[in-house]
Every structure is written in structure tokens, then in C-alpha cells.
Ligand binder design. Structure first.
Ligand code: SAH
Length: 348
């Protein structure tokens, strides 16, 4: 069965003409799927019943079922736990900002990257998400909230560069003018630093923002926190980021999770400054969201502010990430993990 929602308009035309349908039907179907966001072939009322039935036999129509929705009492952030067609679970987050609504999506079921502070990787990697499954996180949320999504960040569970082809296709479909038509500039892809992926991504001719999960100012400390640092040195990662900037003109966003007593002292701030100085970039400081499986703690407010001031004095642009939805299992992968654990306990 072909996954119909992962097809481009052109591919859909080819599929439908092979079925003996007129090519213009592809435009109609694309509109139902990617603009009107319907949940089944049966809602496509300008297609004949015979055609809808033929489609049901030939295509998978991926939709996600929300099995849990949590809403933050602090800031209105909503966290969705979705069930995929094969029963796997992924989570997505909807955040309201003054500049529009933002959705954070997952790109894989689980993750194999092993970052020490992250909950998404604790149970390992299960599988890649299809382009349709990435899109559907946004479509389902749009249907449920009734509000348009203007920004998408690929910062949920998974390493997008480890699911490269599906990621690029997802971006193509999401930004297509016949679909949700989200601006490329409003999309951010976050990576732990897979060098060949970053370099390839630089050559796609896209205007997407790249976020690089840095988290440490030197290789030694970075290896402690992120196993991927054993494979690619900071030098190689930063060169790949420079290449991305050179090719796209998009300034890199460096993510730095502040972990109390681990990467937040003055010396480390200074090292970070030396590392990034001269680059057109932005640093996002994130007080780490502690997970109970590790004993990492967040840096205190004073440390966070101090770190920020130091960077700014050296003319490095930086913001402290607003902590959205802290009261609702905010940290990546926590909601899914909790749910899966609970089910396992109930089963035994
Ligand atoms: N694999 C990609 C994208 C998913 S993680 C990446 O590594 O960038 C998205 C961001 O959340 C990354 O910067 C990641 O390091 C960060 N993150 C993961 N767990 C966190 C936690 N407990 N507290 C704060 N940030 C965390």
C-alpha cells in the first residue's frame, strides 16, 4: 500500500492516472489532504464513491489519534500524545506565542543518540516517522485547536538528520503552496550535530533555520553529555554549521542546555565565547529540564542570567528559552515514556 499523504502533487498525479483517473483529480485530492486536512477518503465529496473505494484499496491514509492531551495552566501550552497507525506513540507540543502558534514535532519513535539529559532516548530507537506522520502531527493539532500553525520546530523526539529523506520530503510538503504553505523561514530543524547530514541539508536550497545542539564548549565536556560528540569533533560540527550559513544565509541557532555544575561556570561561558565569536549566530540558553532517571539539575536563575550577560558583553546574541509547559511533562519524551511505562505495568 502506498502512503498517499507522503506523495508530492506530481507523484499523486502519476498514481491516479495509472488508476485510470483524470490528472486534475490529484489537485482535488491534494487539497482535501493537505489544505482542508480531512481525515478520510469519504470526506472527499467531490470524488465519486467508486474512486474513493479504489483509493481505499490502494493507499494508506495516515491519521493520528490523540490518546492524551495535557494543557498547561501556566501558559496554555498543549502537549499531545498521538497514536500512530501501528500503535506506536509520539508526542508533539503546541505553543502560543505573540507572533503565532508554534508546533514542536517528533521525527522518530524513540531516539538512538543517547544524550545523557534527554528522556526521548532512554528506551532507544524504534523506527523513523514517515513524512505523512510528521505532517499529521501538525494537521491533527490544527484540527483540534481550530487555529492556524505558523511555526514548526523539529525538536521533539528523534534525530531528524537520522531520518533525512523523510525530513526533506516533509518540509517540501509542509511548505508547498497547495498545502499548509508554511514559510520555510518559519521552520527550524534541530540536530545533535550529524556532520554529513548538515552538509547535505545545506545543499537542498532551503531557507530553513538550523539549530545545533551544542550544550558544551569543548569536546571533552560534550562527549560526556552527547555520545555523538565521539564521532564528530566540535571543529567538524562548527565547520559544517559555517557551511550551512554560507550556503543558505540563515544564521545558526546554537542550543545550550544549562546543567547545574556541569557546563554553566564562568570558564565555560568564556570558552563558549571564544568558540562562537565572529560567527553570525544566535545562542539559545535552556535551563535543563531535569529527568528523574538522571541526577542532572537545572542551573539556577542567577547562573543562567550570568551566563547570558557574559555572552552579550562579547556581542553574542542570546536568549533564555522561555520554559513553556513545565507543569505538563515539558521535557522531550517524558509524556510518551510515562504512558508506555504505565501500560507495561498494567500488562504485567
Ligand atoms: N535530536 C535533535 C532534536 C531533538 S532534541 C537534537 O538533538 O537537536 C531538541 C532539543 O532539546 C535539543 O537541543 C536537545 O538537546 C534538547 N533537550 C533534550 N532533553 C532536554 C532536557 N531534559 N532539557 C533541556 N533540553 C533538552
Amino acid at each position: 500500500m502506498t502512503d498517499i499523504k507522503s506523495l508530492t502533487l506530481q507523484e499523486l498525479k502519476t498514481e491516479l492516472t495509472a488508476m485510470g483517473e483524470k490528472a486534475f483529480r490529484a489537485g482535488q485530492m491534494y487539497d482535501w489532504m493537505h489544505k482542508r486536512l480531512v481525515e478520510s477518503f469519504d470526506e472527499m465529496t467531490n470524488l465519486s464513491q467508486a474512486m474513493r473505494n479504489a483509493c481505499k484499496e490502494r493507499f494508506d491514509y495516515v491519521t493520528l489519534k490523540a490518546v492524551q492531551v495535557q494543557e498547561s495552566q501556566i501558559d496554555g501550552t498543549k502537549k499531545f500524545l498521538f497514536e500512530l497507525p501501528d500503535g506506536n506513540l509520539v508526542e508533539s507540543v503546541w505553543m502560543k506565542y505573540h507572533h503565532g502558534n508554534s508546533v514542536c514535532i517528533s521525527s522518530q519513535v524513540g531516539c538512538k543518540m543517547g544524550c545523557r539529559f534527554c528522556a526521548s532516548t532512554l528506551d532507544g530507537w524504534e523506527r523513523n516517522l514517515l513524512p505523512s506522520e510528521m505532517l499529521e502531527q501538525i494537521y491533527a493539532i490544527t484540527r483540534m485547536t481550530g487555529e492556524r500553525v505558523s511555526n514548526v520546530v523539529v525538536m521533539g523526539t528523534g534525530e531528524p538528520m537520522d531520518n533525512y529523506d523523510n525530513l526533506v520530503r516533509f518540509i517540501e510538503l509542509l511548505t508547498n503552496e497547495d498545502g499548509l504553505n508554511i514559510s520555510q523561514r518559519n521552520i527550524t530543524v534541530s540536530t545533535c550535530g550529524i556532520v554529513p547530514g548538515i552538509r547535505k541539508f545545506a545543499e537542498e536550497g532551503l531557507q530553513v533555520t538550523l539549530a545545533l545542539s551544542l550544550h558544551a564548549p569543548n569536546d571533552e565536556k560534550r562527549k560526556e553529555l552527547m555520545p555523538i560528540a565521539k564521532k564528530y569533533s566540535l571543529k567538524e560540527v562548527l565547520e559544517a554549521c559555517d557551511y550551512y550559513f554560507e550556503k543558505t544565509g540563515r544564521r545558526i541557532s546554537f542550543e545550550y542546555a544549562l546543567v547545574g555544575g556541569v557546563n554553566d561556570n564562568d570558564g565555560e561561558a568564556q570558552e563558549l565565547i571564544s568558540l562562537l565569536q565572529g560567527r553570525n549566530c544566535h545562542v539559545n540558553l535552556i535551563p535543563v529540564n531535569p529527568i528523574k532517571e538522571r541526577d542532572y539539575v537545572s542551573s539556577n536563575r542567577q547562573k543562567v542570567e550570568g551566563f547570558k550577560n557574559k555572552l552579550e558583553k562579547s556581542k553574542i546574541q542570546c536568549t533564555i528559552r522561555r520554559e513553556m509547559g513545565r507543569d505538563i511533562d515539558g521535557a522531550c519524551g517524558q509524556l510518551r515514556r510515562r504512558h508506555v511505562r504505565k501500560e507495561q505495568q498494567e500488562d504485567t
